[in-house]
Design a binder for this molecule. Sequence first.
Ligand SMILES: NC(=O)C1=CN([C@@H]2O[C@H](COP(=O)(O)OP(=O)(O)OC[C@H]3O[C@@H](n4cnc5c(N)ncnc54)[C@H](OP(=O)(O)O)[C@@H]3O)[C@@H](O)[C@H]2O)C=CC1
Ligand SMILES: CC(=O)[C@@H](O)[C@H](O)COP(=O)(O)O
Ligand SMILES: [Mn+2]
Length: 382
Amino acid sequence: MKRISLLGATGSVGTQTLSVIREHPDEFSVSAFSFGENIQMALPLIKEFSPKLIAVKNRQTAERIRPMLPGNVKVVYGIEGMIEAAAFPDSDMLVNAVLGSIGLEPTLAAIESRKIIGIANKETLVTAGHLVMKQAKKYDVSVLPIDSEHSAIFQSLQGQDRKALSRLILTASGGVFRDLTRNELENVTVADAVKHPNWSMGAKLTVDTSTMMNKGLEVIEAHWLFDVPYERIDIVIHRESIVHSLVEYHDHSMIAQLGMPSMLVPIQYALSYPSRLELKQTKRLNLWEIGTLHFQKVDTSRYPAVRLAYEAGNAGGSMPTVLNAANESAVDLFLDGRIKFLDIEPLVKNALDHHVLIPSPDLEAIEETDAQTRRFVKSLIN
Ligand SMILES: NC(=O)C1=CN([C@@H]2O[C@H](COP(=O)(O)OP(=O)(O)OC[C@H]3O[C@@H](n4cnc5c(N)ncnc54)[C@H](OP(=O)(O)O)[C@@H]3O)[C@@H](O)[C@H]2O)C=CC1
Ligand SMILES: CC(=O)[C@@H](O)[C@H](O)COP(=O)(O)O
Ligand SMILES: [Mn+2]
């Protein structure tokens, strides 16, 4: 029985993680459960999975939910609460499916408590991948990818000769606006931007897929997870989201993982690794029904966020922190209707241009850079 601390339990990855746990009650249980403010969604899940610890975003949410729960359930809140949930002594594994760089400190705390880490929360690896991977090495902890592309790469590396790895190739759907020119993006709305052609996901990530900042963040995520330099990480646009990513070896063999677009597969693989469990809930891939797959080179003048991400990754130090924080702020502003879709990329570029690089930032410098960048982006639109 693997006992799990789940951060972001009410979200898209969080609820799908709970579906995997529901299907395998003899394999997994939930010991600590964290969410933001969505009590209506959380309450039936808490009743079903009976965690011992609940962490919520703020004091008001904690005070509202406390009387609705049995007395032996502990309720905590804020970043300290999330850290307590991540490092909960009765857990063996952290599944980090919270949104944003707020997931960093809980991840570090769980590593120090020697939990297995299942990481969906890519912002944590983008903002401070060097700290996470250094800590994981120090405490001899596995960091298992849940992001679909990284799970595909991880699966394509199993049993292979790491020294023979040539490059990683991340697939990208191109997002909902992939058939529009940049001029046609001028007046796209929030409602248009939160529809993904192949996956059902939270709003922030869906917007990131349409600027393709998501793929830029994923390049940085792959750099840290697999210790591969940026010049050996490529992106290919693949409309169907059937090939979830590929690894090329020195003998020119490419090994890929394929499947229908469902997060249940990478989530379950991280939970059960190194075993594979049966998955009943997802449609099998039927290649003759799919028929044709398409692959296309990325044009970075169409998707400037991809270029910004490679530049930030290559610059290193605190630049990826700025990239991530500026993007989180800009996407929030877009989702709040305060800026247009095409304002996102220039805001991120402006924040990167304005930042003076810190070469090897520690946690304090990362958090200060993150906060400063968010203030800077807000000041630009005010
Ligand atoms: N969705 C997907 O298919 C994939 C997601 N990912 C990554 O996984 C992460 C989660 O994505 P997704 O599930 O789509 O996001 P969602 O927006 O669907 O869910 C976010 C979750 O985080 C909680 N949350 C948000 N802010 C806070 C906060 N300040 N304090 C505490 N809890 C908070 C939300 O709580 P509440 O709603 O209760 O307020 C919710 O439970 C992201 O990093 C994303 O990039 C990676 C690959 C695929
Ligand atoms: C499901 C998943 O892993 C997302 O992060 C995904 O990457 C979104 O799809 P595209 O980035 O290919 O549009
Ligand atoms: Mn992904």
